[in-house]
Design a protein around this ligand. Structure first.
Ligand code: TYM
Length: 332
């Protein structure tokens, strides 16, 4: 008998434990939405440690970062009582479903994924990265997947694979909703606002969630700005637009409202206020993180409970998948 599916909408998302800290873009594009969605939805949030392996991390570092990432999620408001928080590798079925979906993915289709193309090639793991991501999502029958704009193409592939599987083998997977991010939520690098802020670039253009206040202030104040003096958003002003987006997220105010408030003021005042707002946003997160990370046994317990709940869902999905594709059930 399968457990009754909750009437609430199912939400799933993941983050790779690839750096010593999440960056501001991870928070704006993804994690803040996770925290906000917990009350109304049945949420699954995981650390994509298998995906992190595509970057060949040092083994002890990966373990440490995975635990630290749990502490960051909790410090940012993800509540393991209300959400299922787990490590991808603790649910072995992800890799299994990844393989099965790989057998439905065209070589050309996978070759079109921009992430692989942008990195200029690499391992087979990097090539099939989006297929494993599709497995992560479809395993939990997710209705929605809160992710940043850079992940849109992976979600589209997921939808295609779900449709293909359902058409070939019968209705099995929920089709997740298309990318639902709001415009402007792609946070750009502060030193080069034509590219996204990212953990792998780092440097002065990346604000880490766990940065000290002084470092945040320095980075924001030295952010590259644009020609002119007016604080307004626009295609000709990628630097100021990015800072306006950040301030809007921190203050909960809309960009036009902020543009009006800074009418007649220069970039200096504006950047000072953005720096202060980001410092205020992350100061309590940093403090809470320090408490949480001091108790690794508790973080491991969170992951153990999460894995148990996640495995129950994964087993249900995989029992159906194995049967539909024609794998012989082992005798028990
Ligand atoms: P990762 O760890 O690179 O990023 C985690 C989330 O942060 C978002 N993000 C951004 N959003 C706005 N502006 C930015 N500058 C920015 N940088 C990062 C990402 O869009 C992402 O939502 N492939 C995923 C991990 C993953 C996953 C999944 C996600 C694996 N399986 C299944 C959802 C569902 C990734 O790149 O994470």
């Amino acid at each position: 008998m399968s457990a009754p599916r909750s009437a609430r909408s199912r939400v799933l998302s993941g983050i790779r434990p690839t750096g010593d800290s999440f960056q501001l873009g991870n928070y704006v594009g993804a994690v803040r939405h996770w925290a906000a969605m917990q009350d109304e939805n049945d949420c699954y949030f995981f650390l994509a440690d298998l995906h992190a392996l595509t970057e060949a991390p040092e083994p002890d570092k990966l373990r440490e970062r995975t635990r630290n990432a749990v502490a960051q999620l909790l410090a940012l408001g993800v509540d393991p009582q209300r959400s299922t928080v787990f490590a991808q590798s603790h649910v072995a079925e992800h890799a299994e479903l990844g393989w099965i979906l790989g057998c439905l993915t065209g070589f050309g289709e996978a070759s079109r994924m921009t992430q692989f193309k942008e990195k200029g090639g690499g391992t087979v793991g990097l090539f099939t990265y989006p297929v494993l991501q599709a497995a992560d999502i479809l395993m939990y029958q997710a209705d929605s997947v809160p992710i940043g704009e850079d992940q849109r193409q992976h979600l589209e592939l997921t939808r295609d694979l779900a449709q293909r599987f359902n058409a070939r083998y019968g209705d099995t997977f929920t089709l997740p909703g298309a990318y639902a991010g709001r415009a402007g939520e792609r946070i750009k690098d502060l030193q080069d606002p034509t590219r996204k802020m990212s953990k792998s670039i780092g440097g002065n253009g990346t604000v880490w969630v766990l940065d000290e206040p002084k470092a945040i202030t320095k980075k924001v104040k030295s952010a590259v700005t644009d020609a002119g003096r007016e604080v307004r958003a626009g295609e000709d002003k990628p630097g100021i637009t990015n800072l306006l987006t950040i301030l809007a997220v921190c203050t909960g105010k809309a960009v036009p409202e902020l543009e009006e408030a800074y009418d007649g003021k220069g970039y200096g005042d504006f950047k000072g206020d953005v720096a202060e707002a980001v410092v205020e946003l992350f100061a309590p997160v940093r403090a809470r993180y320090a408490e949480l990370v001091a108790d690794p046994a508790e973080l491991d317990r969170v992951l153990a409970t999460g894995a148990e709940r996640a495995r129950a869902v994964a087993l249900e999905t995989m029992t159906a998948v194995r049967e539909r594709v024609g794998l012989l059930a082992p005798r028990s």
